[in-house]
Design a protein. Sequence first.
Length: 239
Amino acid sequence: MRFLAMLALSLLAVQIRADVFDISASEQGWVCSPVGTAFCSASNNGASPANDYSAAAVSLPDNTNLTQFRNWFEFAIPALTGGSLVSATLSLDDGGHDGGDLTYDVYGLSGQPLVFTDVNSSGPFFGSVATSDASSATIITITLDAAALAAIGAAQGGNIFIGGIDSGESVTDPATVSPLDDFVGDFGSTLGDSFNTLTLTTAAATVPEPSSLLLLGSAALLAAWGARKSVKPRRERQS
């Protein structure tokens, strides 16, 4: 029996794997303020996986019509296989950054934002990344924190919303900072929507192979048969 127990433990630890999930944004877009200015004709650009998205501050060269943008993304989270969720990385296209060194922060949202204030810092902080003029037209990656991992794990079989806020909002006069195109921290989909992804990695999990389970069952049957053979039959009582 001791041999059988040792065999069972060895068979159950045969296959070890970690799973990686690359999830494209199912919906994305931007919200802006104030509505009615040259760059903000509507409060948002709807909800579509092909939408442009932007986190920026922009004004006309005469320093009028200052507009601020915040972006958001929705991801459908599948049932995660493997072990526990150990990492999550958000990859976005920094489509047209012009405004020096900035910081881009992401937060958990309760749902799809409809107006500018729906993307805010009242939700859980998920992570940040430093950006610069050199990051323009490149893919930026944000390693999400433990709060994000917990929210993603809880959203399995459903959706999670993530909103982004750029520190360019703190620039009071974008036109003087970025005289060429007046944008500070613009995130657009110039490199293609396939880059707007959430990558999840689960820990290695021990999984028994079917052949190992069959071998274990055969060993158990042989052990049971051997134990039965070793038991002597009782003598019948003489009358």
